[in-house]
Design a protein. Structure first.
Length: 474
């Protein structure tokens, strides 16, 4: 179909959208994709195959000027707006129905300053792409646990990751950002300029504008790191969780432990007879050079009872960050809900194991992550992230392929979350907060006492509510 035919098709179906499309095409250097475009289905797809939204237009921006033009057109015509970075976020809020997606996924620039230990990355960059550039200099900033996750969504939501006890959340190393606000103005936000925007971007989620690039501080780390990875029999799940909790209480903050109740994937490094069986994975990373000190720090994580297999090793940091990518393939269906806990009591552990035993699919899992250390040292009001004092995050993560399992898979995560809630702080991590329909009931759980300040900042920079729909999404 030619451009003229696509334009005619759009005009016939959606007269207002046709005018928006014409204005975007006349100004953007990047591509404007409508429903008649041969690449439309690819452009609207995100990592989570459960998300099946049909925007009217996708403005695939090539740079900041394109973003400014897209915001100005949106400000004039007021379609529903969503913003796409890496497109990996579970709730799929990068895509809206019937509106305009401002798509930054092709904005991939990264510049590392090894002397200053900083990296500037555009909003379409993924953690794997950023790590590749920073590891050239033996530097890293704390990212997530999957390398194809976008830096934008993870950072704006806080950013739990594999070295957070040593270096903090992803948002804690955020020094500055470039953002296009609702009036179409390009602003630099740091501690001196627009400090409210920087505060909100550090864990405040969506709805403050279109962040086009991030400047992160970097830490010496890699190219190799020491890890502890153990597989324990599932029938010992409660005992292993209790032992892991006690060992973690005494673990130095150079180590970030986590525990996963899951089914063994078809990994050639694991004996075939274990494939598909439910096990307990205990995992930990030492945030420093592989050395005798690392061995000592990781030792308690390897002494939780006789394992099925010990997979502890020294591995390249980039390999560690991408090790789980294939276990969460693009296009599968996902639903995740999490809670923060101050304590992991024996009763909470029994509840976790009980509900994990009801997992609807082998791909589904339960993850317990540890906070503290550098995460807790940031002042409770120094960023929009509202859960600094929590010691644990527990996430019930459903994964499946068959749409016929949607109700059962989502229902398991929600029911497990409800069962564990009495043991929690009541707080929820915005990046693992369910879907759009969960958003309203979780506002206080996600942002806590910071919600009022976030609303004031959004109102100051977006008085007409252009990004209000984005702000309401998890």
């Amino acid at each position: 179909m030619s451009n003229e035919q696509r334009a005619a098709s759009t005009a016939a179906a959606e007269p207002g959208i046709a005018e928006i499309a014409d204005q975007l095409r006349s100004s953007l250097r990047g591509e404007v994709i409508d429903r008649g475009h041969p690449g439309y289905d690819e452009a609207r797809a995100v990592w989570n195959g459960l998300i099946d939204r049909r925007p009217a237009l996708v403005a695939r921006c090539s740079g900041t000027t394109d973003v400014v033009d897209a915001v100005q057109v949106a400000r004039k015509h007021r379609p529903v707006v969503s913003i796409r970075g890496g497109g990996h976020q579970v709730a799929g809020s990068a895509v809206c129905d019937d509106g305009l997606v401002i798509d930054l996924s092709r904005m991939k620039g990264v510049h590392v300053d090894p002397a200053a230990r900083t990296a500037r990355a555009q909003a379409g960059v993924t953690w794997g792409e950023l790590d590749r550039e920073t590891q050239l200099f033996g530097l890293a900033t704390p990212g997530g646990e999957i390398s194809v996750t976008g830096i934008a969504g993870l950072t704006l939501g806080g950013g739990l990751g594999l070295v957070m006890r040593a270096f903090g959340l992803s948002c804690d190393t955020l020094r500055s950002l470039e953002i296009v606000t609702a009036d179409g103005t390009v602003r630099t936000a740091d501690r001196d300029q627009e400090p409210d925007l920087l505060w909100a971007a550090r864990g405040g989620g969506r709805g403050i504008g279109v962040v086009t690039s991030f400047e992160f501080g970097l830490h010496p780390l890699g190219p190799e790191v020491a890890t502890a990875l153990m597989l324990h029999p599932y029938e010992r799940a409660e005992a292993v969780l209790r032992a892991w909790r006690d060992a973690t209480d005494a673990t130095p903050e150079t180590v970030t432990p986590e525990i996963l109740l899951w089914s063994v994937p078809p990994d050639p490094a694991i004996p075939q007879e274990l494939h598909g069986s439910s096990v307990v994975f205990t995992a930990a990373v030492y945030a420093g050079p592989p050395c005798a000190e690392a061995t000592t720090a990781l030792a308690p994580q390897r002494e939780l009872g006789p394992p099925l297999i010990d997979m502890s090793a020294t591995v390249p940091y980039v390999a560690l960050q991408s090790a789980n990518d294939g276990l969460f393939p693009d296009g599968d269906r996902y639903f995740m809900k999490s809670l923060f806990l101050d304590e992991l009591t024996d009763e909470a552990i029994r509840t976790i194991v009980d509900w994990d035993s009801r997992r609807p699919t082998p791909e589904s899992l339960t993850v317990v992550r540890t906070l503290g250390g550098a995460v807790a040292r940031v002042g409770p009001d120094d960023s929009a992230f509202a859960h600094r004092s929590a010691r644990y995050n527990v996430s019930f993560d459903s994964g499946w392929q068959d749409p016929a399992l949607d109700e059962a898979a989502i229902g398991w995560s929600r029911s497990a979350w409800d069962a564990l809630k009495p043991f929690s702080t009541g707080g929820t991590y915005v990046n693992f907060a369910g879907l759009g329909e969960d958003a309203q009931e979780l506002r206080d759980a996600v942002f806590g006492s910071h919600e009022e300040r976030l609303e004031r900042i959004r109102a100051a920079y977006d008085p007409e509510g252009l990004f209000a729909p984005a702000a309401r999404r998890p």
